[in-house]
Design a protein around this ligand. Sequence first.
Ligand code: GLV
Ligand code: MN
Ligand code: MN
Length: 416
Amino acid sequence: MPRQSLTQAATRLSRRLGQLARVSEDRGATTRTFMSPAMHRANALVGGWMRGAGLSVRVDPTGNLIGRTGAPAKGAKTLLMGSHLDTVRDAGRFDGALGVLLPIAALEVVRSRGLTFPFAVEVLGFSEEEGVRFSSGYLGSKGYVGRLGKSDLRLRDCWGISVGEVLAKNNGGRFSPPGPAHAATELIGYLEVHIEQGPVLEARGLAAGVVSGIAGQTRARIEFGGKAGHAGTTPMPLRKDALAGAAEFILAAEAAARARPPLVATVGQVLARPGAANVIAGAAELTLDVRHPVDAGRRAACTDLRKAGRGIAKRRGLTFCMEVTQDNGAVPCSGELTALLARSVRGREGRCVALASGAGHDAVIVSSLAPVAMLFVRCRGGISHHPGEFVARRDLEAALWIVVDFLSRLASRQSE
Ligand code: GLV
Ligand code: MN
Ligand code: MN
C-alpha cells in the first residue's frame, strides 16, 4: 500500500464528509434520524470505508456501526474512537460524522505507514445522539454501554411508535437491551473528535483544542392543556388558550437563563393542537433543554421552571405537565488521556487550550465504561446544527496529524 500523506488523507476525508452528507431522508438537506432508511444507507456507506481501512465491521442491535482492527496480541486492550452518524434536521456535514470518518482516515494513514500498535482500535458510529426522533438523545451509545433502560424503550415518536417497537422491528421482531459491549478492564479509553460548535478556537487562531468537560443536560416534554374553541366567537376573558400559556413559559425559560449565566435553556419545538388558524389551541406541547456546567445549577433551574410552568397554568386555568426525558450530569474528561492529547495538540499548534463543552456528546455516556477525551476542531463562525457548518481542509489535516500523533504516543505509553 503506498504511503499516504496527510494532505491526501484530508482531501479524501473532506470528500467523504460531502458524500455522507448527501445520505439523507430529506431532499436537498441533510437529515438522518434514528433507524430511518437514510441511517441504514449511511451505515452501509461508512461500513464500506471501514472495510477498506482493514477493519472488521458489524452493526449491533441498537444500530451502532462498529469497525475493529485485529487485536495485536491475546489480551491486548482496546481504544475506542467515534461519534454519532445521526443528525439534526437540515444539518451540517461535520457534527458527528467528523468523529467517525476522521479515525477511519487516521487508521488508513497508520496502515499505509506500516505502523502497528500494542492495542486494538474500535471505531464507533453511534446510531443516535441528537434526540431528534424521540426528544431524548444518546440511544446509540446507551445501547453500546449497556445502559438502554425500560424508560428509553417506552419513549414514543410523533407517530406514537416507541423506541422498543423500532428496535424490535430492526432485530427480527424481538429486542432486549444488550449488556455492555466490553468489560471496562478491556478498554484504554474513548477519544471523540468533534467540531467545536463554538467560536473560541477561531478567535484564538487555533485549529484544535482539548475538552476539559461536558455540561450536564436535562431535556423534558411539557404539555399545557386548555380548551379548544372558536377563534371568532369565544370572548377573550373566557378562553383557556394552551398556546398562549406555552408562549409565556418560553419567555420565562429565556428570562431564567439570561439571569443566571452560564445557564442555557431552550424551547426548540412547539406543537399546537388541534392546530388551525381559526381554532384556539386546546393543547400545546413543548420541548425544554436546560444545560449548565455545574449539576446543582441545572437542577435548581429545572425546579424553578417547573414551578413557573405550574404558576402560569394556574393563572390561566390550564393544566401543566412536565416529563423529564433525559437527565445527564456534567462529565469531566480524563486528566491522563487529555494530557496526552494536549501534547499532540501542542506538537502541531505550538500551544493548547482546554475548552468546556456546552454541547452534549457520546462521550457523556461512554464515560460510564471508559475514561474519555475529546478533541475539538475549529469550525467557521462557530456555526453548527446548520447546513453552514464548515471546517477548512487544512484544519482536517491538523486534526489528522494530532490523532495519528496521539495514537503513537499512546502506543509508547502502553508498551512501557
Ligand atoms: C447535541 O448536539 C446537543 O448538544 O444537543
Ligand atoms: Mn455531535
Ligand atoms: Mn449535534
